[in-house]
Design a protein around this ligand. Sequence first.
Ligand code: SF4
Length: 480
Amino acid sequence: MDFRHPEFDTITGQKPSEDCAVIGITGTVPVFSSLVLGLKSLQHRGQESAGISLYNGGKIKLIKGPGLVSEVFGPETELPEAFADSSVGIGHTRYSTKGSKSSQNAGPFALSGAAGYFSVSHNGEITNAEDLRRDLKRRGVAFVTNSDTEVLLAEIARDISQRGVEDGLRYAMSRLKGAYSLALLINERLFAVRDPHGFRPLVIGKTKESFMVASESCTFDVLGGELIRDVLPGEVIELTPRSYRSLFRITGSISHCMFEYVYFARPDSIIDSAEVFRTRIELGRILAREHPVDADVVIPVPDSGRAQSLGFSEESGIKYSEGLIKNRYSGRTFIMPTQEGRVNAIRLKLNPIKSAIEGKRVVLVDDSIVRGNTIKRIVSILRKQGAKEVHVRIGSPMIVAPCYYGVDMKTRKDFIARDRTAREICKEVGADSLEYLSIDGLIRGIGMPSERLCKACLTGVYPEPIPEMEKVVQRELETY
Ligand code: SF4
């Protein structure tokens, strides 16, 4: 079988290039501008590259490049005439979690096989990608990137070409391990595919002229559409311009990523039937009950700690106030690719409001601590502004273990909580007290049975074996 990558244009921005939001639309009208708008609504899930794949007249067109959606698809972006009226396409914004940060690894991916053109946008991470790559190479498949998404697409294309769409997808899903929420284009047909654990979110929605799949429901609001429902874990749905149908579902143990509720998803999204904002408010309420403190004001780390702060304030009766103003154009420190970049970004990012802080006993609330740089810096800012006391409250438990399912937390030595107690972390960040939400509190706040949530980065207990974990752990030990 010939797996050739179709020719694609890369409309590049100025920045160096660097996988995490997916969208797919099939409609009765051209979809390009809706794909761009939809990707902008998902920008928070990946800021290193953006891309769109369109199908028209028996051909596929990939346009992708490094940078924000607005940089890759700016006013000067010219869509080839042959694709201007494409009524089906998929899009992707990327934050690399596997594979290098090269522009070659930007999504979506596309290839041509015996069954036609295939293109995929992938959110998640394939944990047996290297085993599959070796196996596919033995069968004559050539790869041009080190991305797990390329492996996933090659596997799907090979299986569908040999077995047909439904049986091929079923077979491919039996081979793929790890996390994958997909918008998949097979010629003009659009599919939504979610791994049996349901690690990453995936929802379907509609407007008057189209049916859509996206990582989060906020996309449908932005496009003037409505949420229909979640793609169920292990489910494959085919979308057409006027309807959708569930092709099949592979059932297994469900493991929704708890981090989506804590931090990753937009607060205005509804994922797996839970509104993210309400969930975060509840996490803040539980945090206040678990770790009360005498204080004058609750100040959020903007924007990540805002909802949990509101919950903490509501429950404790302590006044809520904005005390730190965020420079909205500096990016999210969590997803900056280098340590140096992250430290510089914190400096650029926050400015205090003296009157909200001076002489006050402050409860500083954030949703999570990964490396600890941000919170340390903010505690220091608050002290310099005359805060009498600074009490840090974190709306999620300690992160102590790597994530292999699509969140960039790979290196244990990056976690401030890996070998420290809350008291030691408190000392390190210079706070008067520091407390985390308990795992039980997290589960109650999300309101989902514990066995349906992935909590591996909090417990080190993974919902499925990680085929390549031994190698990863070995590498980690070598660099520790
Ligand atoms: S390990 Fe943590 S971040 Fe990764 S999927 Fe599980 S809960 Fe989410």
